[in-house]
Design a binder for this molecule. Structure first.
Ligand code: NDP
Length: 308
């Protein structure tokens, strides 16, 4: 059994050690030392090579080195090859930490106080109780669910929006396009945790940002292309959106001339909200080896039709 590592070479040693500890029978090879390509059954890659099927004729599973799979052209993947995401509870915990930080920063007006500090202003603002603040999460998947569970103890009013009905702790789940406007109307702080698909590309635009209550906050940890940046800038300028915490951008990093760099109501972080964790990722790979052996369905397989 042969596993080919085609991701960040700095992490290769960690993946090798972790996989060896859990599944010593799995031979680890690192790109470009492929050996006989016909040996390769499993592949970990950020982006697949275009001629994947021809090159690795016995390939069974591609593991995405990224947390999403929007960098893959799903239509070009060979049908017999499964694409699998390496999500685990550690990745969800790390993301939940970031979401807590971002929501609390907006809830407690930290972006405003940061500007006040820079301007030498000492100006307290009224405190809003968490029980009066409505937080909405778009995308109640592995990561969105974990974030909602962590938000609940603060006492916020929670809601979620999802393709299918999901549980929202202490709150309501809005479903599908028909309920998007109603959902957004209830979000004092909106947290986007959707995957990027043709359906969700540009989902936060002038129209949908306009459905938010006046002065709402935005946290984007999904993908940059979910937000139409010029529409967000217009919404910030008009006060429709009062502040945004953005971990992902359409272009990363943004060009030097981007107004996002020094926007007083925007906090940028360089796509660090969460990431694939080696230990958890290796555990998924090894669990899938067992499932393959026993003919059980694999963990975390991407649905090519849905695109996530
Ligand atoms: P999941 O696949 O577990 O969850 C996605 C959720 O979004 C599902 O609940 C799904 O609904 C819902 N959804 C998808 N499309 C739509 C739609 N058109 N309308 C409504 N709901 C929809 O993904 P994860 O939670 O693990 O990750 C989400 C995304 O977070 C990733 O795709 C990635 O882009 C991003 N991410 C960002 C990171 C960062 O560092 N900033 C790190 C990790 C991930 P249903 O349940 O009905 O299928």
């Amino acid at each position: 059994m042969c596993f080919l590592y085609m991701a960040d070479s700095e992490d290769a040693g960690k993946w090798r050690d972790c996989l060896f500890a859990l599944a010593p029978e799995l031979e680890f090879r690192q790109w470009p030392d492929v050996g006989n390509p016909a040996d390769v059954q499993y592949l970990l890659a950020w982006e697949p090579l275009i001629d994947l099927a021809d090159r690795f004729c016995n390939l069974r599973i591609i593991y995405s080195a990224g947390a999403g799979v929007d960098q893959f052209d799903l239509g070009r993947l060979p049908k017999q090859v499964s694409l699998v995401r390496l999500v685990d509870s550690a990745m969800a915990d790390i993301m939940a930490e970031y979401v807590m930080f971002a929501v609390l920063a907006l809830h407690r007006d930290i972006l405003v106080y940061q500007q006040d500090q820079l301007a030498g202003r000492w100006q307290p603002r009224p405190i809003v109780r968490a029980s009066k603040r409505r937080i909405g999460v778009m995308g109640i998947g592995n990561l969105g669910s974990a974030a909602l569970v962590r938000l609940q103890p603060f006492g916020f009013q929670l809601s979620g929006w999802n393709r299918s009905l999901k549980e929202v702790p202490g709150g309501c789940c809005y479903v599908g396009q028909d309920e998007l406007e109603a959902f957004l109307g209830e979000c004092d702080i909106l947290v986007n945790m959707l995957p990027l698909t043709p359906e969700t590309n540009g989902i936060l635009n002038a129209t949908t940002l306009g459905f938010l209550p006046l002065g709402a906050g935005l946290v984007n940890v999904g993908r940059g292309a979910h937000v139409v940046e010029r529409d967000l800038l217009a919404a910030l300028a008009s006060g429709q959106v009062s502040g945004a915490v953005l971990d992902v951008l359409a272009q990363e990093p943004p060009e030097q001339a981007s107004p996002l760099w020094d926007h007083p109501r925007v906090l940028l972080t360089p796509h660090i909200a969460s990431d694939v964790q080696v230990e958890g990722g290796a555990a998924v790979i090894v669990e899938n080896l067992r499932r393959e052996r026993e003919g059980v369905s694999l963990l975390n397989v991407v649905d090519r039709f849905k695109g996530y």
